[in-house]
Design a protein around this ligand. Structure first.
Ligand code: UDX
Length: 453
């Protein structure tokens, strides 16, 4: 099928590359000339494992443009995957969504087009987008064939950064919200190779053995929009739940990792997203839980469970500094090294990254902060020029004369650092394992006083 994708962020570019891999002809649109130029040259705009490789492999079926006229007419399906960043009050900024809808409406060619919301949009946005497209379409062409020219569908995205290609090609389910039968039919045709898992997997991304056909969840628009929020909020509260249990575990002398395993093996609970520690960051969980609470408030509903999960998560970052304070007694003048800046491993994304809050809080208490991250340091320098930290090229460098280390992001390469050498280079060999992830025995035998959150 012919597909257009508006926006080349995480969701847009991953969707484009994966649909290209399935054999569709995809045109990606972005207003950023620089991004389009580098994509044309085969350079991925984001750090995402495997993306550059797949971009090269689907090059013939993937086109890039800054012009809607080149993309919208003749496209059977148009995905909107523009950013909806949070504004100061937490509500999403919908200006890019509205601009995209207007430009799509102004360029429809009269053949039936499905316009798909893939950005995380507030509940009710499907109808709002539809009205903008209709208005722009009618302005150009008169109101004659209204209703038949396009339909809006919602197709929420569940990909995780760092495993975006895997999550897109081998999803747990595909959700399509559409109030229009023809739109649903076209979306089914588009995703058929994914639903049936009939495509040949990329050589570097084999299909998981246990994966059979992928379930399709067909719903109305509002339900699909709510599924996205409800899924993210549930994952977020699972993490906050284990972090709350972790605090009690610390008091009673239990090991939260064992507790997580013990409860997670109950199939009704599941083991994933029970990794205790500093808590969640990133572009989705904070934003989506805030939006859920605020949408509910519009209807006079409180969301006490979701609100509590947010509060627990906020407190985890403060608890890092409190724990360190109680270990070191004084933070003023102390040298603290942070291992990891990105909000999670395998990405350079710093949105709502706990490391930034922790670094700022330590600096505010007079500590000197050193940081290392395998990929996110350039981005941190660029996006956070005010951050008063010293960047170290190698993880070992942050140890020299340091008073404590904090593992903030569980990058795989941190697992087997030369801990003995680092401990001997430090002023005091103290480490806070903020992700409950390092080998406590190895740390102890290297001479560290290691503790967890
Ligand atoms: C999330 C959702 O998982 C995805 O479905 C949605 O489309 C976008 O938001 P992402 O933000 O990329 O994806 O990362 P994810 O792997 O979900 O992790 C989010 C945060 O939770 C990270 O900061 C991670 O460190 C933290 N986390 C995750 C935990 O603290 N414990 C866990 O057990 C799992």
């Amino acid at each position: 099928m012919k597909v257009a994708i508006i926006g080349t962020g995480y969701v847009g570019i991953t969707t484009g590359v994966c649909l290209g891999w399935l054999g569709h002809d995809v045109t990606c649109v972005d207003t950023d000339d620089g991004k389009i130029e580098s994509l044309r040259a085969g350079v991925a705009p984001i750090y995402e494992p495997g993306l550059g490789e797949l971009l090269t492999q689907v090059a013939g079926r993937l086109h890039f443009t800054t012009s809607y006229v080149d993309a919208i007419p003749r496209s059977q399906v148009v995905f909107i995957a523009v950013g909806t960043p949070p504004t100061a009050d937490g509500s999403p900024n919908l200006q890019y969504l509205s601009a995209a809808a207007q430009s799509i409406g102004a360029n429809l060619d009269g053949e039936f087009t499905v316009v798909v919301n893939k950005s995380t949009v507030p509940i009710g946005s499907g109808n709002w987008v539809e009205s903008i497209i209709r208005e722009a379409d009618e302005k150009g062409r008169g109101s004659g064939r209204r209703g038949e020219r396009f339909a809006v569908a919602s197709n929420p995205e569940f990909l995780r950064e760092g495993t975006a290609l895997h999550d897109s090609l081998y999803p747990d389910r595909i959700v399509i919200g559409a109030d229009h039968a023809r739109a649903l039919e076209m979306m089914y045709t588009l995703y058929r190779p994914l639903l049936e898992q009939s495509f040949a997997p990329p050589s570097f991304l084999p299909r998981p053995d246990a994966l059979g056909a992928v379930p399709l969840v067909a719903t109305d628009l509002a339900s699909a929009e709510l599924i996205k929020y409800a899924a993210n909020a549930f994952l977020a509260l699972k993490i906050s739940y284990i972090n709350e249990i972790s605090q009690l575990a610390g008091k009673v002398g239990a090991d939260v990792s064992l507790v997580a395993n013990g409860i997670g093996l109950d199939a009704r609970i599941g083991r994933r997203f029970l990794q205790a520690g500093i808590g969640w960051g990133g572009s989705c969980f904070g934003k989506d839980t805030a939006a859920l609470v605020s949408t509910a408030a519009d209807y006079g509903l409180a969301m006490p469970i979701v609100s509590a999960a947010r509060e627990v998560n906020r407190r985890q970052r403060e608890r890092v500094v409190e724990r360190l304070l109680s270990e070191l007694k004084i933070l003023k003048g102390k040298i603290i090294g942070l291992l990891g800046l990105a909000f999670k491993p395998n990405t350079d994304d710093l949105r709502d990254a706990p490391a930034l809050d922790i670094a700022r809080a330590l600096v505010a208490r007079g500590a000197r902060v050193r940081v290392h991250d395998p990929v996110a340091m350039d981005r941190a320098r660029r996006e956070h020029p005010q951050l008063e930290v010293s960047y170290c090229a190698e993880p070992e460098e942050i140890a020299a004369q340091a008073d404590a280390l904090i593992l903030v992001t569980e990058w795989p390469q941190y697992r087997d650092l030369n801990w003995a050498r680092m401990a001997s280079a430090m002023n005091s060999a103290v480490i806070l394992d903020g992700r409950h992830w390092l080998d406590a025995t190895a740390l102890a035998s290297a001479g560290f006083r290691a503790f967890r959150l």
